[in-house]
Design a protein around this ligand. Structure first.
Ligand code: SF4
Ligand code: SF4
Ligand code: SF4
Length: 128
């Protein structure tokens, strides 16, 4: 579960320093470390679930343990390396999010589904 680049990004709204913005080219929600004061408000505001291992962190955004700067997907500047390297082509780079059709409600549904799947035995995941 990585950052969904929310259309109405709560992390962006929560930043007191305007250090988070939307990249005009890729539509990614990006962090400017020159403006960031490492306060963690963006992590608190993110709607994509708590990390079960580090409960103050989120699945989509976390503070780097060493630098305390937020780490999140930035779509690799429009050339997603995860898509490029996935051996089974399970990942696609789509412009659905750019069209703003995937809001917080849809994300919460996706997250709920994700967490339900995690609780199922592996041989029952996938709905069969
Ligand atoms: S950690 Fe940085 S980017 Fe996040 S809300 Fe604070 S100042 Fe903004
Ligand atoms: S998923 Fe979290 S980190 Fe990504 S844009 Fe939405 S609120 Fe921000
Ligand atoms: S490889 Fe790039 S596009 Fe893929 S999840 Fe990581 S930062 Fe995002």
């Amino acid at each position: 579960m990585v950052c969904q680049q929310c259309a109405d990004a709560p992390c962006l709204e929560a930043c007191p320093e305007e250090a988070i913005s939307r990249d005009a080219e890729t539509n990614a929600v990006v962090v400017d470390q020159d403006l960031c004061i490492q306060c963690g408000s963006c992590v608190s505001a993110c709607v994509i679930g708590l990390d079960a291992v580090a409960s103050e962190q989120k699945l989509a955004i976390r503070l780097d343990e060493d630098t305390q700067f937020p780490l999140k997907c930035d779509l690799c500047g429009g050339d997603p390396q995860c898509v490029k390297f996935c051996p089974t082509e399970a990942l696609v780079y789509t412009d659905n999010l750019v069209e703003g059709e995937f809001g917080v409600g849809e994300m919460m549904e996706a997250l709920e589904f994700f967490l339900q799947q995690k609780e199922l035995p592996l041989d029952r995941q996938g709905g069969k």
